[in-house]
Design a protein around this ligand. Structure first.
Ligand code: SAM
Length: 289
């Protein structure tokens, strides 16, 4: 390995065998092998997320080798490419593991498709679909093991949850973006609720937005629990450039559904958000499996 490559390896904390070509294509390395500082930060963040996802992939792999992962709102697919390079690539000749990137911007889909082809990452596909449309698309398998959505805009995260539930995903990894829908319903119904002193929590417009965002993630967690998932919420540290650094990891454990279902409906009712019940749908009658 050349001296320059060694320096790069150390500075980026690369793993043995990791593709420098990929890092150049993602503009994390410049063409002459120097490090782009802004992109380096992005890489560190994705590595950080990888630390959470790798053990989940290992758990799936213990059961079957042909892991399927769908990344929603993939953008330039940094996450998908790094996951593929670090985990899937060594296994691509032994099995049919596959990463699908779902993205509505066609130029990004084209670019990622070309890059995967150029790098020989044969187990990657990119589909120009909305998250909602991907649920019914016949270009995706009926069952998916792992679903990720990293800063998927607004309600795309909710659609990703619906996708994961339909596809019986074993693991769901979400770093939600801002979601405006709940805040807009809180805003609309504020006048009716003002008699309750707790409305002070969201009376000011800035608080309506922030509280709406917080409540959205609380409802997402309850919804996942109501479908039998164990949910862990943590902070994605190292995500300095973004205020949106809440990491939600859901693991399917077939847990009792009744209590979280009741709780979700109580929260909707208490906050005057009943009209959101189809967004945060729960299993029929909240029955335990
Ligand atoms: C903030 S970017 C995040 C990109 C990438 N996940 C990352 O973290 O670097 C959100 C991406 O989601 C895409 N997007 C937004 N709404 C979508 C939807 N409903 N279905 C599919 N993609 C969507 C946007 O085009 C954009 O590329």
């Amino acid at each position: 390995m050349s001296r320059n490559n060694q320096d790069v390896q150390t500075l980026l904390e690369l793993r043995p065998g990791q593709s420098l070509e990929l890092l150049k294509e993602l503009h994390i390395l410049t063409r002459d092998g120097k490090i782009n500082q802004d992109s380096r930060r992005k890489l560190k963040q994705v590595y950080h997320l990888y630390q959470f996802i790798e053990p989940l992939l290992e758990q799936v792999a213990a059961d079957h080798a042909d892991i399927t992962l769908v990344d929603h709102g993939a953008g330039k697919s940094y996450l998908g490419f790094i996951l593929y390079d670090l985990y899937f690539r060594q296994r691509q000749h032994e099995n049919h593991a596959h990463i699908y990137g779902i993205e509505t911007r066609d130029e990004l889909v084209q670019r990622s498709t070309e890059l995967a082809h150029k790098l020989g990452f044969s187990g990657m596909s990119f589909l120009n679909l909305s998250v909602a449309d991907s649920i019914v698309s016949d270009r995706l398998p009926a069952k998916i093991d792992v679903v990720t959505a990293l800063h998927a805009c607004n309600t795309a995260t909710d659609d990703a949850i619906r996708f994961a539930l339909e596809k019986q995903a074993q693991f769901i990894v979400l770093v939600p973006c801002c979601q405006a829908e709940v805040a807009s319903v809180l805003r609309k119904n504020k006048g009716k609720a003002l008699a309750d002193p707790l409305t002070e929590i969201w009376r000011h417009p800035l608080h309506t937005r922030e509280f709406g965002s917080q409540v959205t993630n609380v409802l997402r967690c309850l919804q996942l629990e109501a479908h039998g998932y164990q949910v862990n919420v943590t902070e994605l540290v190292g995500w300095e450039h973004s205020m949106k650094n809440e990491l939600i990891i859901a693991s399917y454990k077939d847990l009792p559904r009744r209590r979280p279902t009741e709780r979700l409906h109580e929260v909707l009712q208490t906050l005057g958000l009943e009209e959101m019940s189809s967004r945060f749908f729960t299993p029929a009658h909240g029955q335990d499996a």
